[in-house]
Design a protein around this ligand. Structure first.
Ligand code: CU
Length: 254
């Protein structure tokens, strides 16, 4: 009796194991198909409209966080650095480096993959936030005369953790949509984000929190703002042909 029970357990365990992996496989394939933009249709956008707006901070403008420089001071500098994790303009209250994007848009302008650069200069990542469409490549540069490391905290894209010597470069391609944090493990104050988007409708806010997304087919969409410290906020927007739709986001500290 005990023997047969064990047998059943083993068999059912095996069956469940197989079922689990096949379910996972389906999920992965679905995710890959979605992230690669398989559900996004490229069309000729005629008489599209634009979405313009701002992302502002609600509350007292927070003091900038300082990053302690405690290594390679000759290259990195002798003074602590201002963190870019939350940059709020004192006058306009605009938030810099917010990624604003359309969520789940079914059809629109062509996804133009780019090759762009993320530099490590004076022991900071420049830019701090880089937004690219799927299929794009990033030249990861080291403009310093010290060793930096590039550690990507990717989940969907291939993760990497490699050193790059002074003046060096390595190129990585990002095929799947996700937010990838990139750090340097040599200088632990260094961090940046590569935000990979499944459609071409996104923008990064400037120092006044302003953004513009253009050539959008007329229609109603969900639009989202993402900031590394303030999180996500969504809104609805209706775009009319040849007109500017205005969306203003207000973000607060969590
Ligand atoms: Cu470094």
């Amino acid at each position: 009796m005990i023997k047969s029970l064990r047998y059943v357990t083993i068999v059912s365990g095996f069956v469940f194991g197989v079922m689990d992996s096949s379910v996972m496989l389906l999920d992965n394939n679905y995710a890959v198909a979605q992230e690669k933009g398989a559900t996004y249709k490229e069309i000729d956008v005629k008489d599209g409209g634009a979405i313009v707006g701002t992302v502002k901070f609600d509350g007292d403008v927070p003091a900038s966080k300082m990053l302690k420089v405690d290594k390679d001071e000759q290259t990195c500098g002798h003074e602590n650095k201002v963190s870019e994790e939350l940059v709020v303009n004192g006058e306009s209250k605009g938030v810099k480096n917010v990624v604003v994007s359309l969520v789940d848009i079914a059809a629109g302008k062509k996804i133009e993959a780019v090759t762009t650069a993320l530099d490590q200069k004076e022991c900071l990542f420049i830019p701090h936030v880089l937004a690219i469409p799927v299929g794009s490549s990033v030249d990861l540069l080291n403009s310093d005369n010290v060793m930096h490391n590039l550690h990507s905290w990717a989940i969907k894209n291939p993760a990497f953790n490699e050193g790059v010597s002074g003046g060096g470069k390595m190129t990585k391609k990002f095929d799947l949509a996700e937010v990838v944090k990139i750090t340097c493990d040599v200088h632990k104050w260094m961090s940046s984000f590569v935000v990979v988007k499944a459609n071409p409708y996104f923008a990064v806010t400037d120092e006044n929190g302003c953004f513009k997304i253009d050539n959008v087919p007329a229609g109603a969409y969900k639009i989202e703002a993402w900031q590394e410290k303030l999180g996500k906020k969504a809104a609805e927007v209706t775009v009319k042909s040849k007109e500017d739709a205005v969306v203003d986001f207000v973000l607060t500290k969590k």
